[in-house]
Design a protein around this ligand. Structure first.
Ligand code: CFM
Length: 542
C-alpha cells in the first residue's frame, strides 16, 4: 500500500490542529510533475513530540571536532554530556604516533554544584594546565554544555589566556546544547571556528602531491574513510586533510594547499567548503562514496576535474579491478535482497546517500528523510537564496571570509570551471528529493508516532535509522539497521564497504528470529486512550 494525501491526512488528524498544520509542511509525497516541491526543515521540534534529533553540543563536539585525534577535546560541563558523547558514534582513528591519539579518553571539567554557583572558569583553566602536562596534545578544544552558557562562564577568555600560557592552539566553542534547533547549529559553530582559528595556520604553501585533495564531511564511522582512502591512494591522490574522520590538527592547519575539496556530508561541512572556495579559490565537488555506482561516479567526476588523461585511465583501471573483486561477492546477497523495500531516515546526509546502495541490491526506498538537514539538502542549493533566516538560524552567525591576499589562487581557469559545472556537481549539491521515486514519502524530523503509523501502512522490509528508534520496528517484526554507527559493523563506504553492507542487510533478512515475532497490528486491536471526566471534582479543590 502506498501513502496518498488521504492516508497522510488521517495520520496528521491525530494531532492538534496547530501541530497538524506544522507537521504537514515537513512531509511530502514525491510527485515529479509538480517540479521542485517545497519542504519545511531546520525549524524547532514541537514540544511533546518524540524526535530523534540531538543538540548543538552533539553537532559541534560530538560530530565535527570529536574525531580530530591529536587534540584533547575538553567538555566543559557536568559529566553526563561528556560521558554520553564518548565514542558511541564509532568515529575510528589510528595514529602513526600512538601517544598522539586521545580519542579513547573522556575529558570533562565535571562541573559540580559549587562550580555552577561560583563559576567554572578557574576550574577550566586548571584543567587545561593539567591536560597539557599529562597529554601534551597538539591542540585543545573546549566545548561548552548548556549550564556553561546559563551561568556565563567566559570560555573564550579562558582559552585565550591558556593559549598564551602554553603556546598551544586552544579554541573554545560556545556550542551549548540549546544554541539551535538541532545538532546542525553545532556543525556551523565548529565550522566557523575551525576556519577562523585552525585551517590555514600551517606553513605549507604548495600542494605536496600532483593531485592533492581534502576530504570534507567524512567522519570514518566504522572505518568508512579508510576504505575511501584505500581506493583514492591506488588512483594516485594525495589526501592532505580529512574533515574530520581520523583527522588531525597537524593536517587540518595546512588544508589550504589542496587543489580540490571533496564534500561527502554536505550538511555538516558545507560552510567550510564554501569558505575555502572564497578564501583560497579551491572548488568543492559533491561526492558520495556510499554505493558502488555513486562511488564510481564520484571517482570519474574527480578525474574529470583534474582532466589529466593518465589520471582518467588509472581511475578506470582501479574501478575495473575493484568491480572484478566485489561483483561476484555481491551476487548472492542481491538474490536475498531483490524486491524488498526500505525506510531510510538518518541525520543530514545518509538518508540520501544510502538510497543508491539499497537500489543496487534491489531494495526500493519508500520513505526517506533527515533529522536536522536544511531545505538545500532536500531541494538542492538553488533554494538557498529563498530560505528565510529565522531567530534560531540567526543565532549562529555566518562567518564572512575574504580572499587570502597571498594564498588565493584560481585552481582552474574560469571558463573550464563553468564548463565543468555543467557536467559534474562542482560547488553544487542537488539535494535528495530529485533522486527519489514518485510516490515515495519524504519526511523531515520523523517522530515516534509518525514512524509507527508509516510502518503500519508501508510495511517496509527493513528500517534504517538510529539507536533511538531502532527497537520500535524490531518489535514490529521488521529488521532495523542503524545507519549512524552501523551497529558495530562497517565500513560500508566504497567498494568493499558495499559488500559488508549487503552481507549485514542479507543477514537481517535471513535470520529466523522474525518468525517468532508477530507484529502488533496482526493480532491486537490498537489501544486508544481517553481522558475521563473528573467525577469527584478533585481538581476544583486545588
Ligand atoms: Fe553528516 Fe554524519 Fe550525517 Fe551528521 Fe550525525 Fe553521523 Fe548522521 Mo549520526 S555528520 S549529517 S550529525 S553524515 S552522527 S557521521 S550518522 S546523524 S546522517
Amino acid at each position: 500500500m502506498a501513502v496518498n494525501e488521504k492516508t497522510l491526512d488521517a495520520i496528521l488528524n491525530e494531532y492538534p490542529a496547530k501541530v497538524k498544520r506544522s507537521r504537514k509542511k515537513h512531509i511530502l509525497i514525491k510527485d515529479s510533475s509538480l517540479g521542485r516541491q517545497e519542504i519545511e526543515a531546520n525549524t524547532r521540534t514541537i514540544p511533546g513530540i518524540m524526535t530523534n534529533r540531538g543538540c548543538a553540543f552533539a553537532g559541534c563536539k560530538g560530530v565535527v571536532l570529536g574525531p580530530l585525534k591529536d587534540m584533547v577535546h575538553i567538555v566543559h560541563g557536568p559529566i553526563g554530556c561528556a560521558y554520553y558523547s564518548w565514542l558511541t558514534r564509532r568515529n575510528k582513528a589510528k595514529s602513526e604516533d600512538p601517544g598522539k591519539n586521545f580519542l579513547s579518553y573522556c575529558v570533562s571539567s565535571d562541573m559540580q554544584e559549587s562550580d555552577i554557583v561560583f563559576g567554572g572558569e578557574k576550574k577550566l583553566a586548571r584543567m587545561i594546565d593539567e591536560v597539557v602536562e599529562i597529554f601534551k596534545p597538539n591542540a585543545i578544544t573546549i566545548s561548552a554544555t548548556c549550564p556553561v552558557g546559563l551561568i556565563g562562564d567566559d570560555i573564550q577568555s579562558v582559552a585565550r589566556e591558556a593559549q598564551k600560557r602554553h603556546g598551544l592552539n586552544i579554541t573554545a566553542y560556545n556550542c551549548e546544547g540549546y544554541k539551535g534547533v538541532s545538532q546542525s547549529a553545532g556543525h556551523h559553530i565548529a565550522n566557523n571556528n575551525l576556519m577562523e582559528r585552525i585551517i590555514g595556520q600551517g606553513e605549507m604553501e604548495d600542494p605536496p602531491g600532483k593531485y592533492t585533495i581534502n576530504m570534507l564531511g567524512e567522519y570514518n564511522i566504522g572505518g568508512d574513510g579508510w576504505e575511501v582512502e584505500r581506493v583514492l591512494k591506488q588512483i594516485g591522490y594525495h589526501i592532505q586533510a580529512v574533515m574530520t574522520g581520523n583527522g588531525s590538527f597537524e593536517d587540518l592547519k595546512n588544508a589550504h594547499v589542496a587543489q580540490l575539496n571533496l564534500v561527502q556530508c554536505h550538511r555538516s561541512i558545507n560552510y567550510i567548503a564554501t569558505m575555502l572556495e572564497t578564501k583560497y579559490g579551491t572548488p568543492w565537488l559533491k561526492v558520495n562514496f556510499i554505493g558502488v555506482q555513486s562511488t564510481i561516479e564520484s571517482l570519474r567526476n574527480m578525474a574529470q576535474y583534474f582532466g589529466d588523461e593518465e589520471l582518467i585511465k588509472r581511475t578506470e583501471d582501479v574501478i575495473a579491478k575493484e568491480l572484478a573483486e566485489i561483483d561476484p561477492m555481491l551476487e548472492p546477497y542481491k538474490k536475498i535482497c531483490a524486491g524488498k523495500t526500505a525506510f531510510c531516515f538518518v541525520g543530514g546526509s545518509r538518508g540520501h546517500h544510502y538510497q543508491g546502495l539499497y537500489r543496487e541490491l534491489g531494495i526500493e526506498t519508500v520513505l526517506a528523510g533527515y533529522e536536522f538537514a536544511h531545505r538545500d539538502d532536500y531541494e538542492g542549493r538553488e533554494v538557498l537564496p529563498k530560505i528565510k533566516a529565522d531567530a534560531d538560524s540567526k543565532n549562529i552567525p555566518d562567518l564572512h571570509v575574504n580572499p587570502d591576499e597571498k594564498r588565493y589562487r584560481l585552481k582552474i581557469p574560469v571558463e573550464r570551471m563553468e564548463d565543468l559545472k555543467g557536467r559534474i556537481p562542482l560547488s553544487n549539491y542537488k539535494g535528495m528529493n530529485t533522486e527519489m521515486r514518485d510516490g515515495s514519502v519524504i519526511v523531515d524530523d520523523l517522530n515516534h508516532y509518525e514512524t509507527e503509523e508509516l510502518i503500519r501502512i508501508l510495511k517496509p522490509d527493513i528500517f534504517s535509522s538510529g539507536i533511538k528508534d531502532k527497537y520500535i520496528p524490531q518489535k514490529m517484526g521488521i529488521p532495523s539497521k542503524q545507519l549512524h554507527n552501523y551497529d558495530y559493523s562497517g565500513p560500508y563506504a566504497g567498494f568493499r564497504g558495499a559488500v559488508n553492507f549487503a552481507r549485514d542487510i542479507s543477514m537481517s533478512f535471513a535470520t529466523p528470529t522474525w518468525n517468532f515475532i508477530v507484529p502488533p497490528w496482526k493480532d491486537r486491536p490498537l489501544l486508544a486512550g481517553t481522558i475521563d471526566q473528573c467525577v469527584n471534582d478533585l481538581c476544583a479543590e486545588e
